[in-house]
Design a protein around this ligand. Structure first.
Ligand code: ZN
Length: 657
């Protein structure tokens, strides 16, 4: 591991302790092999002034919710140093008391809560304290012969046995450094947990960490192997959707299933002994709140219902019964990581962000497990230690900031005609309600239009069945399933009477509005049947119930998809898939309406454009965002008992009523 220290960059922070702390914290954070996703923490001891202008010694320590990779000054709350050190001298300190006292010692009560390892940072007698959960060193400690190996590789470090983080760990280290001056050591290694380095000089503390990690890497290179097996398989996407469905059922809410098919993920899933080595425990107990203690191992061709998921849940209940106590409440019993044999690794979670974190941890874990095996054996902490951390109230608090779940959280939606108008608005409404949304459009700008966050644009010509199939495959590969389909794409050409209708307009309109909708249904229904509270919403038109002259092709196509939706509702009810139709009218903020078309239509009725826009019983214009809100609500459990319905959103029309 190379030091990323840069004299020129560092010079700017020479007179500012906290700025220097930010700088080297980010250096640590930039390497995933050192810290991941909020893991690890750093601090600096400095002097500042309180509200009255008095000098006060403080500890700036990483606050919860911040990541070392991106941390800034506000990510380091200042707490009174002397009193924080006094906490370490107490015989006992409950978790609620520790949290409360640390908060009470903050100079700014609105700053983020200090790290649960704050007391430990306070008692280490050096200005800069760096703490990581580095893969290489923990891998050596997760070994049947770990203590001997660490003693051999790190004769100049203090090595302490594993103990749960928080107050008792601070006490353990406090006792140890009273017996044994830490100044004579380069660092402190906590078995199965991580490493502390410390110095009055920021660069030394950082580079000592890099040096210790490099030593572990050299030992691994000499005694084991980091060359991991790779493989390349194709997967059955229906199986992936079945797995996702089973995990969602086990969790009780929709879950995304993000497949990792990187060559090494596939290589790991191929190992004959993967079920053994992958289920011994996490690299560091901290990961348990993200990944649970162990992954589920799934057969390449899982049986119907994926019994592996049920077995995982049963095993989890047994683990809880063996390690829990009466006052604890069991958490959900669904896995977060799946090792799918001869296929790869799957992350299960409620958002893409959560799945990305799980994917990263799973990648580092399989590295550590395989490398650990190559240097003499992978041995994680006993289940009881992992359990204690999983059910530690301070760890659970890290996750419990989500608030109320959104109606479509963990669900996957597909919307056609997504570049503009009702389609675009539907993508936004579904994403705002928590869904991961894929928007299809023939306009290549849809990719930039929807890019980022929970929305993805896919270029797709809906008159090409193979293009539809490819787009649906893409959705399943990315998220593992499909729950909501919004059939919206359509074209509208007015002004042609039946007797003189152009064949081109007729054929194009039916191809896009009607035939493509049936093709999309064919491609998505198999996945919807495996969806969570699945729903299809078809965008019809007021024209279905109240047609007008001069729009035969459009009216016929919309009547056609309405009838298609009714048949689909009948056919799919037994599978729990709801199919409903909305009939909008007078939605003028869509691509169907140009200013010219609007002016022409208004003139036909002898109205101004404004009068024409509001020519309905309620006398109001209807916006595409309003239609989109109806679409998202119709797809939600508010309408769980409704299928085959047709809902006008037209401001009230006497011909329809
Ligand atoms: Zn730690």
């Amino acid at each position: 591991m190379k030091s990323l220290w840069n004299d020129e960059a560092a010079a700017a922070f020479a007179d500012d302790d906290l700025a220097m702390r930010v700088y080297t914290s980010r250096l640590l954070g930039s390497s995933e092999d050192l810290v991941m996703h909020g893991g690890g923490n750093t601090s600096v001891k400095a002097t500042t002034r309180d509200f009255f202008g008095n000098e006060v010694d403080v500890l700036y320590v990483k606050g919860s919710g911040w990541d070392l990779k991106t941390i800034e000054k506000p990510g380091f709350p200042a707490i009174r140093l002397k009193e924080t050190r006094m906490l370490a001298e107490l015989e006992t300190l409950s978790d609620p008391d520790m949290t409360q006292q640390l908060r009470a010692l903050m100079l700014d009560p609105t700053a983020p809560s200090p790290s649960v390892e704050a007391i430990l940072h306070a008692i280490l007698p050096a200005k800069f304290i760096d703490h990581t959960h580095t893969d290489a060193i923990i891998t050596l400690s997760n070994n049947p012969d770990g203590e001997r190996i660490l003693a051999e590789v790190f004769p100049d470090c203090m090595v302490l046995p594993y103990i749960m983080p928080g107050f008792i760990l601070s006490r353990q280290v406090n006792e140890a450094i009273k017996r044994d001056d830490p100044a004579q050591y380069k660092g402190i290694i906590l078995m199965h947990h991580g490493v502390f380095t410390y110095s009055d000089n920021a660069r030394t503390a950082y580079e000592d960490m890099i040096e210790l990690v490099s030593r572990a890497e050299a030992y691994i290179a000499a005694h084991g192997s980091t060359a991991l097996p790779t493989a390349s398989h194709t997967v059955d996407l229906m199986d992936l959707a079945r797995i996702r469905k089973a995990v969602s059922d086990a969790r009780g809410v929709a879950q995304l299933a993000v497949l990792d098919q990187t060559p090494d993920a596939q290589g790991f899933s191929d190992l004959a002994n993967v079920a053994d080595i992958a289920t011994r425990g996490p690299i560091t107990p901290d990961h348990v709140i993200r990944t649970k203690r162990i992954p589920v191992i799934i057969d390449n061709k899982p049986a119907a219902g994926v019994p592996e998921i049920e077995q995982f849940a049963a095993d989890y209940r047994a683990y809880f019964d063996a390690n829990g106590s009466a006052e604890l409440q069991i958490l959900d019993q669904a896995p977060r990581v799946g090792i799918w044999r001869a296929a790869g690794s799957i992350a299960f979670g409620s958002s893409l962000k959560e799945c990305a974190i799980i994917t990263d941890i799973a990648r580092h874990t399989r590295w550590a497990v395989q490398v650990g095996e190559s240097v003499g054996g992978w041995q994680a902490l006993p289940a009881k230690d992992i359990f204690d951390l999983e059910y530690w109230v301070l760890e659970q608090a890290k996750l419990g900031k989500g608030g109320t779940a959104k109606p479509h959280q963990g669900k996957v939606a597909l919307v056609t005609g997504a570049y503009s108008g009702i389609g675009r608005a539907s993508c936004e409404a579904l994403a705002a309600d928590g869904a991961v949304v894929f928007g299809l459009d023939i306009n290549p700008d849809v990719v930039a239009q929807l890019g980022g966050g929970a929305m993805t644009g896919i270029v797709c010509d809906l008159t090409d069945s193979s293009a539809i199939a490819a787009a649906v495959d893409e959705v399943i590969k990315r998220c593992g399933g499909l729950d909501i389909v919004v059939c919206n794409a359509g074209i509208f050409k007015a002004g042609e009477r039946v007797e003189s209708h152009s064949e081109q307009t007729w054929d194009d309109t039916l191809a896009i509005n009607l035939t493509a909708t049936q093709r999309l249904m064919s491609a998505t229904i198999p996945y919807l049947k495996l969806g969570v509270s699945p729903a299809m919403v078809v965008i019809g038109s007021r024209n279905v119930a109240a047609p007008g002259p001069g729009a035969a092709a459009y009216s016929v196509s919309k009547a056609g998809i309405t009838q298609l939706a009714r048949v689909a509702a009948l056919e799919l009810a037994a599978d729990g898939v709801r199919v409903n139709v909305v009939h909008p009218d007078a939605v003028f903020d869509t691509a169907l309406w140009t200013e010219e078309a609007l002016a022409q239509s208004a003139a036909r009725y002898n109205m101004t454009v404004q009068q024409y826009k509001a020519k309905n019983l309620l006398g109001r214009e209807i916006r595409s965002t309003e239609v989109a809100r109806l679409v998202s609500t119709l797809a939600s459990d508010v309408f769980a008992a409704t299928t085959g319905a047709q809902i006008p959103i037209d401001g009230g029309n006497d011909r329809v009523i």
